[in-house]
Every structure is written in structure tokens, then in C-alpha cells.
Ligand binder design. Structure first.
Ligand code: SF4
Length: 322
């Protein structure tokens, strides 16, 4: 039976824009503007969109690394937004993050052993001896060796550093991993190795993933469901197979055009994205995508489409389906 692990409701993050000598608030950047979704236990939800769409801000709000302006994040029945700092710290044992740039997120002055031991110390797990053994075991699990424990991050390749980042996230045996562009900084040849590792670990540790990426190609094989974000909002969300076979939203279709098809017999119409993404400080009225949409109608310029269930389990925010 499917069980919901995380439920996000009406989540917003508005950053104030200040100006003038008095530093008064003159507006706000709506980095995330009222998004709702859920993640089932054991599944991978891909969150995709161009840079500035709010996907990374969403990931950070789920971990409460930044506080939401409004909305709820319910994890295992607890609303994380209202938890005290102390309760939130304890909850982070069960939800961890893997970052895009492992070099920036690993302390260069600490050995790998110290980096991996730290989350265990923070959560009061094990004796010194047990922690050392857990570090060595985890290094093997992510495809490194116990002899790597005494080395420093700069002594590793990019792919190995990301394995260390993944090992660190797994040390407390979390239930949910939020991976924010975990392979974007890696060579293409290394990307698939890290993706395969993440898939193997998901089975071994019964993990649930939120996998954030800027292109639909990367999340295709790893995701069970995919949500597409544009200018701080979810514009489409459904099962991965359905999204790739029958995308409903014109923005999703444009993003998919950029994904290479391995089978040359299969033809897909190219819908190249034109124009720049508008500023989230001053988003277009109506449908935020209307300035770049080839199917824009009059109503799109004035009325904002809500995310609606167009077909069972397939949600999209577009007037084409009103
Ligand atoms: Fe395009 Fe209109 Fe749909 Fe927006 S609502 S994606 S402008 S057709």
C-alpha cells in the first residue's frame, strides 16, 4: 500500500526587495509561490526546471535550511514549519541533503573519517569505536575503501567526492534524501555511475528521494514521478512514464525537446524554448509562461491557471485544458 512520507501544502518563499535610503521594502521576489505536492514512501520524485524556478529553494525549505514565508511541510505526520529548532535538529536525522558541489559542501580541513563521523556525533549515535566502524562500512557501501578514511577531500576526484557527500548523508540512516543537482557538476561519464549508485542505495536502505535537476534527461530513469517548476510554481506533475510520453504543459514539452531520444526511429517535434526566463521579482501577469508560450491565448495574459487534475494522477496548470 502506498504511504505518503512527505506532504507539502501551499509552500511559499518570498524574499523582500528593499530600496531607498530608509531601506524600505519595495517588493518581493517570489522564489517559491504556493506549491503543493506529496512524496510516497520509497519513491523518487524528480523536481525539474530552469535555474531560478525555485526548485533548490524548495529543497532547502523542506530541510528548513531556510524558513518558508507560508505553507506546511508535513513529514511523517509532523509539520516541520512549526517545529522548534531543537526538534528540527532531531528530525534531520531522518532527512538529509546531498548537494550539487561536493567540494564546497565538504570541509577541506577535515579527513573523510571526521566528515562522516560528524553527523553521528551530532545525533549521539555510537561509541568512538562503533562510529569508526560505521564510517569504514559506509565507505565500502558507496564504492570507496576504508583506506580512504584518512584522506582529505582535495585528494579525491569529483565523482569520488560526490560519493563522500552521499556517504555523509547516509550515515544517520535517513528515510528521505533531498538531492539537489547531485550530478550536474560531474563529467557525463561519471554521472551515470553516481545515478546507478543512488538507485542501488535506494533499494538497500529503502530510501525515498527528492531529486532536483535542471534537465528532464537526468531524472528520467531515476524518477517514479516528476514535477516541473516554472517561476516558483509547479506547472505539471505526474508519473514519469506519462510525463515523457504525453506531456500536457507547453513548458514541459519544450523542456523535453532538449532531451535526446536514444531510438532514431522515434521522432519528436522540436519545440525550442525561446526568450529568457522572466524575473521572479516581476513575473508576467496571468500564466507566467505566456511570454514564451507558442500556444498563448488571450486568457493566458490575464488569468493565472491553477494546477488541476486533467487526467487521473496527471496535474497541469494550463488554460489549454480548461
Ligand atoms: Fe501557454 Fe496559456 Fe498554457 Fe500558459 S496557460 S502554458 S500561456 S497555453
Amino acid at each position: 500500500m502506498t504511504e505518503v512520507l512527505l506532504k507539502v501544502d501551499g509552500l511559499k518563499k518570498h524574499f523582500p526587495i528593499t530600496g531607498g535610503v530608509l531601506g524600505k521594502q519595495t517588493g518581493s521576489v517570489k522564489a517559491v509561490d504556493d506549491i503543493s505536492f506529496w512524496v510516497n514512501k520509497g519513491e523518487t520524485l524528480g523536481l525539474v526546471g530552469e535555474s531560478g524556478c525555485g526548485k533548490s529553494t524548495t529543497g532547502r525549505m523542506l530541510m528548513r535550511l531556510i524558513d518558508p514565508t507560508e505553507g506546511q511541510v508535513v513529514f511523517e505526520g509532523k509539520n516541520l514549519v512549526t517545529l522548534s529548532d531543537n526538534e528540527m535538529r532531531k528530525t534531520r536525522k531522518d532527512m538529509q541533503m546531498v548537494f550539487q558541489d561536493p567540494f564546497a559542501s565538504l570541509n577541506p580541513r577535515h579527513t573523510v573519517e571526521k566528515i562522516l563521523e560528524e553527523p553521528l556525533i551530532v545525533h549521539g549515535i555510537g561509541t568512538k569505536k562503533e562510529r569508526k566502524q560505521m564510517v569504514n562500512e559506509m565507505l565500502e557501501v558507496v564504492g570507496l575503501s576504508s583506506y580512504h578514511a584518512k584522506r582529505y577531500p582535495h585528494q579525491f576526484s569529483g565523482g569520488q567526492r560526490q560519493r563522500i557527500g552521499i556517504a555523509r548523508a547516509l550515515m544517520t540512516r535517513p528515510k528521505l534524501i533531498i538531492a539537489d543537482e547531485p550530478v550536474s557538476a560531474l563529467d557525463v561519464s561519471i554521472q551515470s555511475q553516481v545515478l546507478n549508485l543512488l538507485e542501488d542505495l535506494q533499494k538497500e536502505f529503502q530510501l525515498t528521494y527528492i531529486f532536483i535537476a535542471h534537465d528532464l534527461g537526468v531524472v528520467k530513469h531515476i524518477s517514479d514521478r516528476v514535477g516541473v517548476m516554472y517561476l516558483g510554481r509547479l506547472v505539471e506533475i505526474t508519473d514519469a512514464d506519462r510525463l515523457y510520453e504525453k506531456p500536457l504543459h507547453p513548458y514541459t514539452r519544450a523542456l523535453l525537446s532538449a532531451v535526446p531520444i536514444p531510438d532514431p526511429a522515434v521522432k519528436r517535434e522540436m519545440e525550442l524554448l525561446t526568450g529568457d526566463i522572466p524575473s521572479p521579482a516581476n513575473p508576467p501577469k496571468g500564466c507566467a509562461f505566456h511570454t514564451r508560450c507558442k500556444e498563448c491565448m488571450e486568457i493566458c495574459k490575464t488569468d493565472r491557471p491553477e494546477l488541476r487534475e486533467i487526467e487521473p494522477g496527471h496535474f497541469a496548470a494550463c488554460h489549454l485544458y480548461s
